[in-house]
Design a protein around this ligand. Structure first.
Ligand code: 5RP
Length: 230
């Protein structure tokens, strides 16, 4: 296992300690939270942990079922106690860029349904200023080119830096049946304003900026674990 993978595993397993018997838990998407899901599966099997979970993506749904985790419809649970999820970048205010895996809309819905959001990350995700990681925006297929033109107008970013995401030479399609546009901004000066401006466009489902949502980051670095809270 590479040292980065070890860090992901350390953060992912540690975050599972926040999950207690009887909790309603959102399960995030990605290669770091995967370790949280595996650890929860182990505790269900070996320690009779009883929890009710909601997955943030079809990939997480599959992984959870494989690991014996009982899943529920979000609508049947009347809110969640916490969600554990990864991030592509986070800053000192715990504002996040998410959506590298394309699950940003369900991830934000589940984060907003949760009393607490715990982020699991290795130290490459901590940044001074957000935006080096391309900002994912989920857009309706029908109008994606027009939406790209409008995003270019409101951000001043040339259309050449607003890239439709592809996978295996085809358009990447989200679990909700939409496209992703990745915005190569390099730096984001005002994440709240950008989130609000983007989300005003009718063709935009949501963007990967998570402002004032995360409460704790479980960060694994070469000097060990750091718990950052706001
Ligand atoms: C998926 C996400 C992921 O949480 C994010 O991309 C981080 O993933 P990883 O832990 O694999 O780096 O937002 O939409």
């Amino acid at each position: 296992m590479s040292s980065k993978e070890e860090l992901k595993k350390t953060a992912g397993i540690h975050a599972a300690k926040y999950v207690k018997n009887g909790m309603k838990v959102g399960l995030g998407t990605g290669s770091t939270v995967k370790y949280t899901i595996l650890e929860l599966g182990r505790r269900i099997k070996e320690e009779n942990l009883e929890i009710m979970c909601v997955p943030t993506s079809i990939a997480t749904e599959k992984l959870s079922i494989e690991n014996g985790i009982q899943l529920h419809e979000l609508s049947s649970l009347d809110g969640l106690d916490l969600v554990i999820d990864g991030a592509d970048e986070f800053d000192k205010d715990l504002t996040l860029i998410k959506g590298g895996g394309g699950a940003l809309v369900r991830e934000k819905i589940i984060a907003q349904a949760s009393k607490q959001m715990i982020v699991v990350a290795d130290d490459s995700k901590k940044v001074e200023s957000l935006g080096r990681f391309p900002l994912p925006v989920e857009v309706i297929q029908f109008s994606w080119k027009e939406t790209r033109r409008q995003i270019s107008q409101i951000t001043g970013l040339p259309e050449s830096k607003i890239e439709k995401r592809n996978q295996n030479n085809n358009s990447f399609i989200t679990d909700n049946g939409n496209f992703i546009l990745d915005l190569h901004l390099e730096t984001i000066e005002n994440p709240q304003k950008l989130e609000s401006d983007l989300n005003k466009l009718a063709g935009v489902l949501d963007c990967g900026l998570f402002c004032n949502i995360a409460n704790i980051v479980v960060l694994a670095g070469k000097n060990g674990l750091e718990i950052i809270s706001n």
